[in-house]
Write a protein that binds this ligand. Sequence first.
Ligand code: GDG
Length: 747
Amino acid sequence: MRISLRFVIPLILALLAVAYGVVPLVDKLTLRWAVRDLDIRAELIANTVVEPLDDLLKAGSNRKAIAFLTRLTQDERLYAVGVCLAPDSPPWATPTLPEEIRCGDLGRWTGASAHLIDSAKGPLHVAVREAPLSGAPLAALVLVHDMSFVARRSEETQRYVFYVFTTLAALVSLITVVIAQLSWRGWVAGMRALLRGEGLLRQPANLAQQAPEFRPIARDLQRLIQEMETDLRTRDDSQVTWNPEALRGILHGELRGDDVIVVSNREPYIHQRQGNAVALHRPASGLVTALEPIMRACSGVWIAHGSGSADRETVDRHDRVAVPPEAPAYQLRRVWLSPEEEAGYYYGFANEGLWPLCHIAHVRPIFRSSDWQHYVEVNRLFAQAVVEEARTRAPIVLVQDYHFALLPRMVRELLPEATIITFWHIPWPNPESFAICPFAEEILKGLLGSSILGFHTQFHCNNFVDTVDRTLEARVDREALTVSLGGKLTAVRRYPISIEWPPNAEILARPLAECRAALRRENGLPEDLLLGIGVDRMDYTKGIAERFRAVERLLELHPEWAGRFCFIQIAAPTRSRIEEYQHHQQRIEALAAEINTRHTRNGVAPILLKASHHEPRQVYEYFRAADLCFVSSLHDGMNLVAKEFVAARDDERGVLILSRFTGAARELPEALIVNPYDADQCAAALHLALTMPASEQRDRMRLMRGLVADFNVYRWAGRMLLDAALMRRRNRLLETPVGQSPSPPKS
Ligand code: GDG
């Protein structure tokens, strides 16, 4: 529409100008030129005919004189000729001489220019010239030219002028449209690129080449936008009290209540058949711990694998169940997998391939092409579930973890307007380590379907960007930390995950002294015994063996602790179908037994291994009963146990020993930071913790609690949602055609 107007309007203007300006001008000019030509012609004829005419008159042959004049009019333009010998006599003339030409008023036709008359024949040009003849010195010759040829010539000229000008006008209009289109697109593209953060300054060779005139404005605009964003971020982060209400506020204010869909492998509630009854379980998973309070606040849909033996019995006909059961706040949509799919996608590719690949824990990754096929299929299955659950064309999809590396791209293809935030809960290795994966390219391309890709630490963000740079033909902006693949931009951002704060009152309900006494009693331990705690899934990345070795080393270096100190390890069973995990559990059990054999004193074993699942409330009671918590992961994205221990200690006591290879170590430097591979250092940290004065414990714990309180899980999710909202606003602004409302809901 815009294009056709741009073409037609100049064309119409040009035609009007031709009709009312150019054509009359051409007429006037043609006439003027013709009259001048005829004047000259008349002069020439007069000069030529006077002499022969005089001879004929002298010879007295009037008849011959008239015949001579009539012969002259055989010239197609000379219409009539007459001779006036005296003013009062009738002219000798050809029969065609118009009647209004009389010898008495010839003065009417003389002067600087000839005169025109209209006759039945058409316009005539009359020229009167002196013709001194013998005996009639005042005689005059009247020459009348037919001017119809002028009209014909003028008509022809008009036609040519019209065609020429119309063609020119059409050409000019066309060129105008093309230039306008090109420059409009260039500017729009430049502006879009700028607002997307692909500043011209960052790709001078590319964009600045396309629109070099844009460069100075771009620099200023970009700086302004960045300053505003930083300003907004800092203000938001420091001024908001991050709680469920704040999150709901963002969702309904910034995101206009758009629908939120979470996708994860692990479901937050598992229904298990136990005889005739159905029991509800909360799985041991950092991801679930973090996301559950978010979903309770946002009330969207959580899509996950229905893995419980009674899961099918508890869903409605859309495979949904409202949770939490005691106060439903959101929908859990279960996706069913066959045993083969689960074996290939979950146990195989995700946990025998990607998990060891991303954790530098010296367990060799296994990649089977059959596992990969299942991984692709299951990702597609979940992508389809996302489409089914989306209420609008542009939902916010929160993709969780390494089980769904391909999902972001699949969802992007099915729902191009969706805002896809992918969070990678585990570390991202360096490019050399990642390169051994035979499906590296597909995984990276899959992840780059995300609008935002989040990691716990800046180090993992950098590793990811480096990996993309080495593996794909993508544009990487290291300053803005964005990756552009096939024109689609993915922002790679750091969002350190956290836990609910303040912690749920229920899990802190039991008084501290009671927890201390009860747990010692229940485990047959002396009342004054010092207690260490470790809570993990039974995973080889958690460094449980290294932890036990540290306890052993402590007892070797400080035998006085034997019988006075016990370390309780809660190890929830995990991925037990995988051989590596079975071996790991056997090794851990054997190691604990071996150390206990050597160091048990007064009936107190130094290590109490509880290889079973515990409810969150019990876990928190252990945290509250302990004097120290030891987190010794060999490599961990964040490690929420560290933060949970801090949250559990409202008495501001207890010491946290924390592996430097966890994301948490970057946020909690007041913990005793150790290298879990260094048994001596860990033993020294254990000794330090057991002897740390209460005041120092309080000082350290206060700082750590302050950090976790400020940076709780609502802030983690809120930050991502705010970034998503900003992105959506930008996209709506830039991609919505003028006058069209953005993304109407699906009918
Ligand atoms: C991944 C990343 C990242 C443990 N045993 C029991 C139990 N737990 C709970 C803990 C904690 C959670 O499981 C473990 O969370 P972590 O963060 O320590 O570790 P991963 O499960 O490996 O989590 C990790 C996390 O994702 C989040 O992004 O921090 O780096 O590896 O909440 O309390 N919970 C129950 N019973 C148990 O026996 N109920």
